[in-house]
Design a protein around this ligand. Structure first.
Ligand code: NDP
Ligand SMILES: O=C(O)C1=N[C@H](C(=O)O)C[C@H](O)C1
Length: 249
């Protein structure tokens, strides 16, 4: 039985992960971690790592960037695998994850949906064949509760495009002003926030007299929760290492 702790248990994604884990016979939730430490639906919820008594095989984290460094320290100390889904991480936290992966299994991605993995592959080709002559822009849309912008996914897709393009690209963020004409090297990311939008990512390659658009829309959070739980099952007994979507898709 794979013993799971859900970090960010009370949040929108934490609750989706709970529903998915509860549907599997070979996994069980042993506890949760959140700002509110009250018991939730029969599970003990902790707000201090020192209080955790349960034995845990894997932590699935959908919380807040400010928590992740402490969570990594907890996982290293207790030799526990970590699936990190939280976005908006500082560079230093990303480096911390890489360092930790020398002793524990770490799985990290900005988007756990199958569809975004496929979009990433499509963009490798798109970037190679289009970026030299076409202007590339990314539009991401999310709900009004989201704290970080641009989204982790938008950065991830931008990185794929930048790595595969035949010319140097430079990230820009939206556009405002009287003298802000687009430059050929711009890879511009726009963030829209509103209502209950689950998550949309659209990449536009705009050329002379033709446009290519690649778009992914998440219609529910289940797609992320399923991917994160799959990642947890994949890494919980791996010993150590850094894993990402290419390892399970
Ligand atoms: N990689 C992926 O596929 C996906 C990643 N995400 C990412 O997951 C994260 C969570 O998203 P979502 O569930 O929508 O957010 P929510 O705000 O709904 O949930 C986050 C939960 O974490 C809690 N929390 C915040 N700060 C702390 C802290 N310091 N210590 C303990 N608990 C804390 C929040 O408590 P409180 O509400 O009291 O602040 C809340 O219960 C985001 O970074 C988001 O971008 C989301 C979807 C997919
Ligand atoms: O905060 C969210 O909701 C989401 N965050 C991730 C991101 O920042 O890319 C993934 C998904 O789009 C939903």
């Amino acid at each position: 039985m794979i013993k799971v702790m859900i970090s960010g248990f009370n949040g929108a994604m934490g609750q989706n992960v709970k529903n998915i884990v509860e549907g599997y016979e070979d996994m069980k939730i042993v506890c949760g971690f959140d700002k509110q430490s009250k018991e939730n639906e029969g599970y003990p919820i902790y707000s201090s790592f020192d209080d955790i008594k349960e034995e845990i095989d894997v932590v699935i984290d959908f919380s807040h960037f400010s928590l992740v460094d402490d969570l990594i320290d907890f996982c290293v100390k207790t030799n526990t695998a970590l699936v990190c889904a939280t976005t908006g991480l500082e560079d230093s936290t990303n480096a911390h994850l890489e360092e930790a992966s020398k002793t524990i299994p770490i799985f990290k991605t900005g988007n756990f949906s199958y569809g975004i993995s496929v979009v990433s592959k499509m963009l490798e080709l798109g970037a190679k064949m289009l970026c030299e002559d076409f202007d590339t822009e990314i539009i991401e849309k999310h709900h009004n509760r989201k704290v970080d912008a641009p989204s982790g996914t938008a950065y991830m897709l931008a990185d794929v495009i930048k790595e595969n393009a035949d010319k140097e690209l430079e990230y820009k963020f939206s556009r405002y002003g009287k003298d802000v004409k687009r430059e050929k090297k711009d890879l511009t990311i726009h963030a829209v926030r509103g209502g209950t939008i689950v998550g949309e990512h659209e990449v536009i390659f705009a050329g002379e007299d033709e446009i290519i658009e690649v778009k992914h829309t998440a219609l529910s959070r289940k797609v992320f929760a399923v991917g994160a739980v799959k990642a947890g099952r994949y890494i919980y007994d791996k010993g150590y290492g850094y894993f990402e979507m290419n390892d399970i898709v």
